[in-house]
Design a protein around this ligand. Sequence first.
Ligand SMILES: NC(=O)C1=CN([C@@H]2O[C@H](COP(=O)(O)OP(=O)(O)OC[C@H]3O[C@@H](n4cnc5c(N)ncnc54)[C@H](O)[C@@H]3O)[C@@H](O)[C@H]2O)C=CC1
Ligand SMILES: CC(=O)C(=O)O
Ligand SMILES: [Mg+2]
Length: 371
Amino acid sequence: MLIGIPKEIKNHEYRVGMTPSSVREATAHGHDVIIETNAGAGIGCSNDDYIAAGAKIIDTAAEIFAKAEMIVKVKEPQKVEYEQLREGQLLFTYLHLAPDPDQTTGLITSGVTAIAYETVTDKNGGLPLLAPMSEVAGRMAPQVGAAALQKANGGRGMLLGGVPGVAPAKVVVIGGGVVGTNAARIAAGMGADVIILDKNVKRLTWIDDAFGPRVKTQYATIDDTEALVYDADMVVGAVLIPGAAAPKLIHKNQLSRMKPGSVLVDVAIDQGGCFETSKATTHADPTYIVDDVVHYCVANMPGAVARTSTFALNNATLPFTLALADKGWKKACQDDPHLAAGLNIHKGRVTYEAVASALGYDHMPLDRILA
Ligand SMILES: NC(=O)C1=CN([C@@H]2O[C@H](COP(=O)(O)OP(=O)(O)OC[C@H]3O[C@@H](n4cnc5c(N)ncnc54)[C@H](O)[C@@H]3O)[C@@H](O)[C@H]2O)C=CC1
Ligand SMILES: CC(=O)C(=O)O
Ligand SMILES: [Mg+2]
């Protein structure tokens, strides 16, 4: 198969779809790989590194989109990218369609077959291609939140860990999945007073076992969420209903009850955000203030640590990339229902139920496509 890797074009996005090591694996499987010139520059990998792995360097993204049978990316295609996709071509990348009607229409119109990293599943009920970036974003959340708490950045002027004789900041993490537990781990490590809310009691039990008294847990009722948010210095939004738009858990009218200068880090922004006042921001201009509350809502947080993130992402995606290239998407999905769960769009139809229901499309069931 001819695999194409365009350079990412989202704001301050330095990750790349395949590392040189992944390219070498693909060429060892007999595939051809074309990659846009300098696509790996942001992770410190040169054209020569890719050539040594067996790839051919191409000058323009347009040529990659025109020639490749499978496009491997990181971020959801931007308008200029989805306009170049076509029927019969396979796209393997993050999509986050539920909060993104324009991209969804673009992919439907293109006729492309699109498999979303974030809805591929595993046998334990996890999301193995989302997890590595959730680990990164979760670990970054207290870092970016700590910077936002500084006075010059609009925050309350608090040090996350406090100092002897002065209490640490109170960090409330809503959602105790991969992002939430990684955020809690770093926030607790920085000395903050941390509590995680979730609606899954089994998950809270696991967190309690894993962290002991360093991190508190609380079942996420409306009452308890509200009380903890009003008392928080930093709130991390880390909930997910796979494929669906994020539920809104803090509303605009509640911001005035929060502490002035407190910080909301909405990691769930790529699924639309779990705070009513969240709107996606970029690494170039990551925060804004509503009712004295600082909002950080960058939808591609891992792009800031592109080297760590690209290698972590490839560790998870490579077996699936190879399966898709070796067998073609249909046979690979027929053989592996967890990969099939990633199929979101095929030939103009929405094939993922939560996306169809969020955006008002008819849902085309997978078994009809894979039959
Ligand atoms: N902004 C960024 O750059 C990045 C964003 N993300 C996003 O972060 C979000 C979280 O991802 P993961 O931690 O991997 O998901 P996950 O599935 O591991 O965890 C989500 C948790 O939220 C809980 N939850 C769901 N509804 C809830 C509610 N109403 N109240 C309390 N808890 C609730 C679930 O029980 C689960 O434990 C996703 O939207 C993901 O796409 C992930 C990586 C990067
Ligand atoms: C998961 C995601 O959206 C990201 O890594 O940018
Ligand atoms: Mg994102």
